[in-house]
Design a protein around this ligand. Structure first.
Ligand SMILES: [Zn+2]
Length: 129
């Protein structure tokens, strides 16, 4: 514990939101690239329009391929979506286990983190995360 367990400043929140959005964009770039590689030029036009899971569902691509491509990134995409959702509700930055503030330095490395480092370590030991 210490003085770095404190609420986030607005500019820190903004920085973390930018990081989350940037990471989400990177993941979708990877997904599009992966789809190209697997499905080929024939689908290029459709794949280019995909920006989120809704687009992906509408694109009507081979479902096994879609599932496989998403699978590798689904967990991270969900963590990002949840972090953004908590931000919008003003609940972002507190550990979901102990309720204390997560250090800004930790969030800079992993802005999708839901737990402080202590709790994460404890939860990992008992296999809850
Ligand atoms: Zn905690």
């Amino acid at each position: 514990m210490g003085r770095d367990r404190r609420p986030l400043k607005p500019e820190e929140l903004q920085e973390l939101r930018d990081r989350l959005l940037k990471r989400r964009d990177e993941l979708w770039d990877e997904i599009r690239q992966d789809l190209f590689n697997r499905l080929g030029d024939e689908y290029q036009g459709v794949i280019q329009t995909i920006k989120d899971e809704e687009d992906l569902a509408k694109a009507d691509l081979d479902s096994d391929t879609v599932i496989e491509v998403l699978k590798a990134r689904k967990k991270e995409l969900e963590s990002i979506a949840q972090a953004l959702w908590r931000m919008d509700r003003g609940e972002y930055g507190k550990c979901l286990e102990c309720g204390r503030w997560i250090r800004f330095k930790r969030l800079q490395v992993a802005p999708w983190a839901s737990y402080c480092r202590d709790c994460k370590a404890k939860l990992e030991q008992v296999g809850r995360v």
